[in-house]
Design a protein around this ligand. Structure first.
Ligand code: FMN
Length: 124
């Protein structure tokens, strides 16, 4: 499943090295458990500034509500998908974030965590 808030041509985009985010599904508010150094480089947020928080901190006035709704849908259903969403770095600058979201389930089939690989997309 692919959701794009804005049509884009992948052949005209350069993607940053992948950042990874792990989020806990069992805790209310779906807080971040861990991020990689690439996430920090892409967003300007240090791990200590996002761990324990919801990643809606990356969203802002021009972020598509439909893209946010798509996150909620994938989290609720446990489906995998790609969401291209307009996000904001800590310094307030905008970037297109290409997010590949997956759910991690335990033996009972319950979602315990979500994992997301993220690329910052730059037009070339
Ligand atoms: C693993 C994972 C990674 C996420 N990464 C982002 C992200 O990079 N940018 C973003 O805007 N939202 C991201 N989200 C979505 C938000 O964390 C949040 O789930 C979404 O805003 C809907 O929650 P809300 O109803 O609290 O706003 C991610 C969600 C998960 C589960």
């Amino acid at each position: 499943m692919v959701f794009q808030a804005k049509p884009y041509d992948p052949s005209k985009m350069k993607l940053s090295s992948d950042g990874w985010v792990v989020i806990c599904a069992a805790t209310p508010g779906a807080p971040v458990v861990s991020v990689t150094d690439s996430f920090t480089r892409n967003t300007g947020y240090q791990a200590g500034e996002v761990v324990g928080r919801n990643l809606s901190v990356l969203q802002g006035t021009k972020t598509s509500p439909d893209a946010v709704e798509m996150f909620r849908f994938l989290m609720r259903t446990g489906e995998s998908g790609r969401i291209v969403i307009l996000n904001y770095r800590k310094d307030g600058s905008e970037f297109w974030n290409v997010c590949d979201l997956r759910s991690i389930k335990n033996d009972a089939g319950e979602i315990t965590h979500y994992i997301c690989m993220q690329h910052m997309a730059t037009l070339i």
